[in-house]
Write a protein that binds this ligand. Structure first.
Ligand code: SF4
Length: 377
């Protein structure tokens, strides 16, 4: 298992309690975005294209604690932006750990090594390092040469200091499944606790619109990557969600499973779309027309979506909805090899590399200034 038993137990009992209490829509992970500012400008990111006055804004620690307590989810993911750029990030993380929340602090790890001393190892804290593939692929994906090597240094330092470290990988069209499998080997050798992987979401604001995967291509790619699994690979994701990515099962979206809170408030309906904001979590749940979302709704913005924030909770909720779901999850955990000859054939198919010259696509003046400053520092 790629998470501590105490975390798995906390999550399982939380979901069962919500179900027994008859709560229809409840969150699994609060996505807390304390800022949108970043020291990278990735081509597939839709979060950093805000005007400068928005990029300068930050949530205070008190605002973060209030949002997390309001939602009540047992896990908190802190994406962004780059959370390590927040001047009070250590205080925010410490406050969440004190509240016994399992925190995944998402980072591109450019600053991880130098800021590690601000944090204390805890079973409640994981650094979730964004790495999109082997060196060349990651550097291309984040539009920063040398980004992979810096992130790996950060991972090594965090593992050596006793921190829990996981990775978060987003795949786009042109991903080479053999390279991704070799990348998994590299990550496990670095000592990471578990890996997360998902297809990129087609952000309307992302500068590079050409390389997002459609659903059929996503399933084909994930079948090639995740079948015939090596025993050493550990994944930090619901086994049901991973079967969904491989095309082995269907789920409907659970957009309220990972609600997002940022300087704008609670984002409707999910981490990815921006159809308005609510001041409170209850208002988000009660005033969002949930029927308008999910691939089955016919909403074109949801057509190709297979991302964690919509479907990971669907997998986790399925596990605890029935004995059947529980038994299927147990089987998927115990027999996780997924032998598949057809998937081996997919690994031999030629791929069309999506690489072009490495550039800082759409980097805002502010992001470039931050990057320059961090490099000099
Ligand atoms: S399918 Fe769900 S998670 Fe994906 S964009 Fe639509 S509402 Fe959001």
């Amino acid at each position: 298992m790629a998470v501590p038993v105490s975390q798995a137990w906390t999550v399982a009992t939380y979901i069962l309690k919500q179900k027994l209490s008859g709560r229809k829509r409840f969150p699994l992970v609060t996505m807390l975005e304390p800022l949108f500012r970043c020291n990278l400008a990735c081509a597939g990111c839709g979060k950093i294209q805000y005007p400068a006055h928005i990029l300068k804004q930050e949530l205070s620690p008190e605002e973060c604690f209030r949002a997390v307590e309001e939602a009540g989810a047992p896990m908190v993911s802190i994406p962004g932006g780059e959370p390590l750029l927040h001047p009070q990030i250590a205080e925010i993380v410490a406050g969440l750990v004190e509240r016994k929340k399992y925190v995944y602090m998402c980072t591109n790890a450019l600053l991880l090594k130098e800021k590690l001393h601000l944090f204390k190892p805890s079973k409640y804290l994981s650094f979730s390092v964004h790495l999109d593939g082997q060196r060349e692929h990651h550097d291309f994906s984040v539009c920063r040469e040398g980004g992979y090597d810096i992130a790996v240094e950060g991972i090594k330092a965090a593992v050596a200091a006793g921190f829990r470290v996981t990775t978060n990988t987003t795949l786009f069209d042109g991903a080479d499944p053999n390279s991704v499998r070799a990348f998994f080997d590299e990550l496990m050798q670095l000592g990471v606790e578990g890996m997360m992987v998902a297809p990129g979401y087609t952000y309307e604001k992302a500068p590079d619109q050409k390389h997002f995967l459609g659903r059929a291509r996503s399933r084909r790619l994930f079948r090639a990557i995740l079948s015939n699994r090596k025993q050493a690979w550990k994944f930090n994701a619901s086994p049901m969600y991973m079967e969904f990515l491989m095309g082995k099962r269907e789920f409907t979206c659970t957009p309220w499973g990972m609600p997002a809170y940022s300087v704008f408030g609670w984002q409707k309906p999910c981490y990815l779309l921006q159809d308005g904001y609510a001041d409170t979590f209850n208002e988000l749940i009660e005033t969002t027309d949930w029927n308008n979302y999910g691939t089955e709704s016919g909403n074109p913005k949801c057509a190709n979506c297979m991302v964690h924030s919509g479907y990971e909770a669907s997998g986790a909720y399925y596990t605890f909805s029935s004995w059947k779901g529980f038994a299927e999850t147990a089987m998927a955990t115990l027999f996780s090899k997924y032998e598949d000859r057809g998937a081996l054939d997919l690994l031999n198919e030629p791929i069309k590399p999506a690489h072009a010259p490495l550039v800082q696509i759409g980097a805002s003046a502010e992001a470039r200034a931050e990057q320059k400053h961090e490099t000099v520092a």
